[in-house]
Ligand binder design. Structure first.
Ligand code: DGL
Length: 267
């Protein structure tokens, strides 16, 4: 049977993971769920995030997926154990993938408030590199601005300057994009960072981990993104979804609005 990947995120962030996977593996059958009714996840508390993660996974499992891709760092940080427990299919996460990509002793991590507060990146990086210095920076305004389509706004630029300053002052050598929305603003971040600063996109490592299930790619397509049989679902209409799919995946999706049973309780 052909593998079918189930993705979830609070919104358009998971597109950056989907894109990396399609670039590495070519056409793959996918289901993409954006839980837009409850975005941003990263400003919620741990119990809400765990509740949401379990509900989303239960829904995805009813859609006949064969591999689950947690395309959201916030749920990776706060509910990875729970998702692994309830999922009947293999689960791929971003934090382990990111740790494998770290090469320098002073690491900055840009993340949602919930991810940063959880200390998950610091813990996982230090478990492998005990000497590493890891600075986690919360970026509360990024996801709301991205989801509302304010890509070129001064607000976004000023927020980015603010979030990068402590990392630059601490002299970090590389920066992990610890939220899947952040590669969408990588060009902006690039203009604010020294030329030699490496940015780590954990999705690159995650796409590599998929080799175990999809096989090693013979001809890496790199820049080409081939959308195969992919179903795009949202839990509420979102202004950013279709334009970002077009821009990031080169695809005009047909978008289905779905209900995940108890989703209205927390919105
Ligand atoms: N893109 C997700 C992440 O990687 C969720 C961001 C949010 O909804 O706050 O954390």
């Amino acid at each position: 049977m052909k593998p079918r990947l189930g993705f979830f995120d609070s919104g358009v962030g998971g597109f950056t993971v989907l894109r990396r996977i399609l670039q590495r593996h070519g056409e793959v059958s996918c289901l993409y769920l954006a839980d837009s009714a409850r975005a941003p996840y990263g400003n919620r508390c741990e119990s809400e995030i765990r509740f949401i993660a379990e509900e989303v996974v239960n829904w995805l499992q009813q859609q006949e997926i064969s591999i689950l891709v947690m395309a959201c760092n916030t749920t990776n940080s706060l509910a990875f154990d729970l998702v692994k427990k309830v999922s009947e299919v293999p689960v791929l996460g971003l934090i382990e993938a990111a740790v494998e990509m770290v090469t320098q002793p002073r690491v900055g991590v840009l993340a949602t408030p919930a991810t940063a507060a959880s200390g998950s990146y610091r813990r996982e990086i230090k478990a492998v590199y005990p000497e590493a210095i890891v600075l986690e920076q919360a970026c509360p305004d990024f996801v709301p601005l991205i989801e509302s389509g304010k890509f070129r706004s001064d607000e976004l630029r000023l927020a980015a300057i603010d979030y990068l300053q402590p990392l630059l002052e601490a002299g970090v050598d590389e920066i992990v994009l610890g939220c899947t929305h952040y590669p969408l603003v990588e060009p902006l971040l690039r203009t604010l960072l020294p030329n030699d600063m490496r940015m780590i996109d954990p999705a690159v490592g995650l796409a590599r981990q998929l080799d175990e299930f999809l096989g090693s790619p013979q001809n890496l397509c790199q820049d080409k993104v081939l959308i195969g049989d992919t179903r795009f679902c949202v839990t509420s209409r979102s202004v950013a979804f279709a334009p970002m799919a077009k821009h990031w995946l080169g695809h005009n999706p047909q978008v289905e609005v779905v209900s995940l049973r108890t989703s209205t309780c927390l919105s």
